[in-house]
Design a protein around this ligand. Structure first.
Ligand SMILES: Cc1ncc(C[n+]2csc(CCOP(=O)(O)OP(=O)(O)O)c2C)c(N)n1
Length: 286
């Protein structure tokens, strides 16, 4: 049986005390425990940013690469070893800005991976520049007169491309976040969750602004209804709606055909080196 202590890591967490990223980290661990996933069954993939540091704080397999480039790496890992649960953690700058091209093409491909975007509408690691989701009029360090361009409608784009699972959650609603995370991880195909993660250091809006303006979708919403999901995603914010917007199982999963043609279930075998071997490998980098 897997326990929350199996996900304990000694690496000191670098986020500000009180940052909602801590809630996302704890909730992800709880979701994985509840799903019975062991750390060695998981591969976390990230790019660069505060959000992208999350894999450092979990003792799972992980790949931390270039800014914006997590999705193609994750796609390759999922195809090469379909038995791994592949999860991408990223910021909205990393995913919709630097990695915007990969976001779009991953939607087209529909690989069996889960994407969690910590959306704080700010480039937090580099100290407060506007990001692709900063609301118009908001002042950021390089936009002292306020942002003039409209934010990217990432949920709208994902629904339009019929991603397997499209949802938005709120880092401070941990019960809803956990249930959405569990559903996303269990869903086969590309599961995408935009997580509202207010930045307590650089965002001029206080946490209470988010508590007031983030609202769950009406429980009558049917995620199979693409047209309604798109309508909801196109509504002007605030309020910022959370919940499962769209779900479908009718698209082929990227890599399935290829593996079937090759007559194999994975391209690589998992290797479990002993603790002693791992320490020997790590010694080279000290
Ligand atoms: C190619 C490249 N461009 C820019 C940077 C500088 N940079 C590092 S992190 C970052 C912003 C990350 O923002 P986001 O993804 O929103 O994550 P957050 O820090 O807010 O969690 C930027 C611009 C970089 N490292 N590489």
């Amino acid at each position: 049986m897997v326990e929350i202590s199996d996900f304990y890591s000694e690496t000191p967490v670098q986020w500000c005390p009180g940052c909602p990223n801590h809630a996302i980290l704890t909730t992800l661990k709880e979701a994985l425990v509840e799903l019975g996933k062991h750390p060695h069954e998981i591969c976390l993939v990230s790019g660069i940013g505060q959000a992208a540091k999350l894999p450092h704080y979990m003792p799972c397999n992980f790949f931390n690469g270039l800014h914006g480039r997590a999705l193609p790496v994750a796609t390759a890992i999922a195809v090469a070893q379909p038995n791994l649960t592949v999860i991408v953690t990223t910021g909205e700058g990393d995913c919709y800005g630097e990695g915007g091209n990969h976001f779009i093409h991953t939607l087209r491909r529909n690989p069996n991976i889960t994407l969690f975007v910590h959306n704080n509408s700010i480039y937090a690691l580099t100290k407060g520049q506007a990001s692709p989701t900063t609301p118009p009029g908001e002042r950021r360090s390089l936009n002292p007169d306020g942002v003039t361009q409209p934010p990217l409608n990432s949920l709208g784009i994902a629904i339009l491309h019929r991603a397997a699972f499209v949802a938005r959650a709120f880092a401070l609603d941990r019960a809803q976040l956990k249930s959405i995370m569990m559903e996303a991880i269990q869903c086969r195909g590309f599961s995408y969750v935009d997580i509202i993660q207010p930045c307590i250091t650089w965002d001029p809006r206080p946490l209470d602004w988010f508590r007031k303006n983030v609202k769950p979708l009406d429980s009558s919403h049917d995620p199979a209804d693409l047209k309604k999901a798109l309508e909801l995603a196109l509504l002007p914010a605030p309020p910022i709606f959370t919940g499962v917007f769209f779900k479908t199982t009718d698209r082929p999963v990227f890599g399935d055909d290829f593996l079937m043609e090759m007559g194999v279930s994975s391209l690589v075998e998992p290797v479990f080196p002993s603790d002693k071997d791992v320490l020997k490998i790590l010694e080279q980098f000290r």
